[in-house]
Design a protein around this ligand. Structure first.
Ligand code: COA
Length: 389
């Protein structure tokens, strides 16, 4: 495992509600930007991996690998759709990374795309519900907000986490999102606004939830040799981990811990040879505010049960000791489910290139992304470094 692999190009659409843009338009726009960023127009691309969760239900389109390759004018290459619910993008990134790491390919596209707002919120909720256990959870009325509400209640009971501490995640992420030109909801919110927003699934309120979003994101991966040949400087992926857990919440050992994330992080840290304390910033899967609190605990940024306090103390803010979701996260930037894992990687690349604009972390060298499927039954963690050995 000595071959170095890095990201040499990134591109993403704005995230939001785009009636005037099709699924194809979105992935094309992000792909063209990534290819221009990497300056590889005309180069032979070996393969394409694209994360997309529910295009069949949301827009009636399947066979996504072939569709995206066709849209990109890439014929005669391997083109694969990857599905792991909301972690589809992160798992696509890992698939692309593995194919270069293994020496099978040298120049690979990893993308993610979802078109969610052409359906009603009800239809999108049903599509998202496919990531839970249909027979034991969804059939009985559980939606994703409801499942995360159960986890929030358990965390509150075991550790004294408060609704205010969860609301602070939203306040922080909306602040960061207000500095991100791609964000769906680039406005600030106050603690009071979050606390007074409409109940969705008690204790979660509207402003504790990530939205329904259209969007696409693309990165280009290259081997060290290929990057040298192209004369480009990659941001290296030095660690990649993936793990799973029981699909249904009731089967898990704990409702207040995402075990798949703990295990994926352990693998990624080991591969990269780094510790949680070495990570300077992270993009984590804040599909609901409680999810960010559980994520920072699973990643070892603070002790189990102390995620609420860590947030309240400002440690995860842009100027804190461990900035989390500098992009605005899923909460403010938006959550086009299949694209999310790739968009997280883009934020890591921008931060490490020193190109994150007003939300830039000073002299960032090591960052991490954490992308969760469903209520935590799958998870990928990636570690990115500017100056890898
Ligand atoms: N954050 C901030 N504002 C939001 C928002 C969010 N998550 N979702 C909607 N809004 C805003 C809308 O822009 C709209 O504002 P307006 O009245 O000024 O135009 C208003 O709130 C109502 O929007 P609407 O689309 O009617 O909301 P809704 O009640 O139908 O849906 C949720 C809101 C939270 C139920 C929906 O976004 C949702 O299901 N989110 C969770 C998605 C999810 O489960 N993802 C997978 C995670 S694993």
């Amino acid at each position: 495992m000595t071959r170095k692999v890095g990201i040499i190009g990134v591109g993403m659409t704005d995230f939001g509600e785009f009636w005037e843009k099709s699924y194809r338009d979105l992935i094309r726009e992000a792909g063209v930007e990534a290819i221009n960023d990497a300056k590889i127009e005309g180069e032979k691309i070996d393969a394409l991996y694209v994360g997309s969760m529910s295009p069949g239900i949301l827009i009636g389109q399947e066979h996504i690998g072939a569709l995206v390759a066709d849209t990109a004018g890439l014929h005669g290459i391997e083109a694969t759709r990857v599905e792991s619910a909301c972690a589809s993008g992160g798992v696509a990134l890992r698939g692309a990374w593995m194919s270069v790491k293994a020496g099978v390919n040298d120049l690979v596209i990893a993308g993610g795309v979802e078109k969610m707002t052409d359906s009603s919120v009800g239809a999108a909720t049903i599509a998202l519900g496919g990531a839970a256990d249909q027979e034991w959870e969804v059939f009985h009325g559980a939606t994703f907000p409801a499942l995360y509400a159960l986890m929030a209640r358990r965390h509150m009971l075991e550790y004294g986490t408060t609704e205010e501490q969860m609301a602070m995640v939203a306040v922080k992420n909306h602040h960061n999102g207000s500095l991100n030109p791609h964000a769906q909801f680039p406005f600030e919110v106050t603690l009071e606004q979050v606390m007074k927003s409409s109940p969705v699934a008690d204790p979660l309120k509207l402003l504790d939830c990530s939205p329904i979003t259209d969007g696409a994101a693309v990165v280009i991966l290259a081997s060290e040799e290929k990057a040298k040949e192209l004369g480009v400087e990659p941001i290296w992926i030095t660690g990649s981990g993936q793990s799973n857990d029981f699909l249904a919440l009731h089967d898990r050992a704990s409702l207040s811990e995402t075990k798949a994330a703990v295990e994926a992080a352990k693998k990624a840290y080991k591969m990269a040879g780094v510790k949680p304390s070495d990570i300077e910033f992270a993009e984590v899967h804040d599909c609901f505010t409680i999810a960010e609190i559980m994520a920072i605990e699973a990643l070892g940024f603070c002790k189990k049960g102390e995620g609420g306090k860590f947030t309240q103390d400002g440690e995860t803010s842009l100027t804190g000791s461990k900035p989390v979701n500098t992009s605005g996260g899923l909460k403010s930037k938006g959550h086009p489910v299949g694209a999310t894992g790739i968009a997280q990687a883009i934020e890591a690349v921008l931060q490490l290139r020193g190109k994150a604009g007003k939300r830039q972390i000073k002299d960032a060298k090591v960052g991490l992304t954490h992308n969760v499927g469903g209520s935590g039954a799958s998870c990928t963690v990636h570690i990115f470094e500017r100056d890898a050995k």
